[in-house]
Design a protein around this ligand. Structure first.
Ligand SMILES: Nc1ncnc2c1ncn2[C@@H]1O[C@H](COP(=O)(O)OP(=O)(O)OP(=O)(O)O)[C@@H](O)[C@H]1O
Length: 220
């Protein structure tokens, strides 16, 4: 069953002479509870696609359906609620809050929604990501790889239906990369979450149930 569908999706940046056509007539569907990887050359439109289907960026033409609902028609408030409740994001830049500790950063999305923190689940995430002895530290006391792991735990804290990831292991060493991939695959295979991930790493791309290639703003 498809959870997310792009129909005739087009994205153009800018106006007048300086326009850039980033995506052209994209028709794709993402299966619920599956891992889809997105590969393609630099500048081909991968991040633009991810941002458009995740409701982070407006689209120029077409539709983006979440189940059967066109999310490209939602207001900014409705979109931000949707993203908070149903989506988890892992980007190359971690966007951690510098003034609160690692634990507070991780549970932030749960607290924003006034939900109860599932301590067992959060502690399991912390332990799998090797952050047990870092929970009281502040982001600037951690290495880049450690900060990325905190960002991953935060993205998963709300048990999102869809995890959008843009090169999530780009800054990690090989061992941590495989640990993180094991965790993300577990999210898909054991918890039924949907994972959509951009990667430049062919080995990681091959772990997916489906691989989409973007070239010159077109999908194949
Ligand atoms: N905010 C923006 N304004 C104008 N053009 C943009 C903007 N963001 C991206 N682009 C352009 O859109 C095209 C697609 O960029 P995008 O970042 O989606 O590619 P990518 O495949 O993710 O690249 P990379 O692998 O290097 O991250 C590029 O030509 C880029 O320069």
């Amino acid at each position: 069953m498809s959870i997310l569908t792009a129909i005739d999706l087009n994205k153009t940046y800018g106006k007048g002479l300086s326009t850039v056509k980033a995506l052209t007539d994209i028709n794709l569907s993402f299966e619920k509870g599956r891992f889809t990887s997105i590969i393609g050359p630099s500048g081909s439109g991968k991040s633009t696609l991810l941002h458009c289907i995740a409701g982070l960026d407006s689209i120029t033409n077409g539709k983006v359906l979440l189940n059967d609902k066109d999310i490209s028609k939602l207001s900014e408030d409705e979109l931000s609620k949707l993203r908070r409740e149903k989506f988890g994001f892992i980007f190359q830049s971690f966007n951690l809050i510098p003034v609160v500790n690692v634990y507070e950063n991780i549970v932030l999305p749960v607290n924003i929604d006034n939900k109860k923190v599932d301590k067992k689940y959060i502690n399991n995430l912390i332990s799998i990501l090797g952050l047990k002895d870092k929970v009281d530290k502040f982001p600037n006391e951690l290495s880049g790889g450690q900060q990325q792991r905190v960002a991953i735990a935060r993205a998963l804290a709300n048990k999102p239906e869809i995890i959008f990831a843009d090169e999530p292991t780009g800054n990690l060493d090989t061992k941590t990369t495989y640990e993180v991939m094991d965790l993300l695959k577990k999210c898909v295979n054991e918890f039924g979450q949907t994972l959509i991930m951009i990667t430049h790493n062919n080995e990681i791309a091959a772990m997916a149930d489906k691989v989409i290639t973007i070239k010159d703003g077109k999908a194949s």
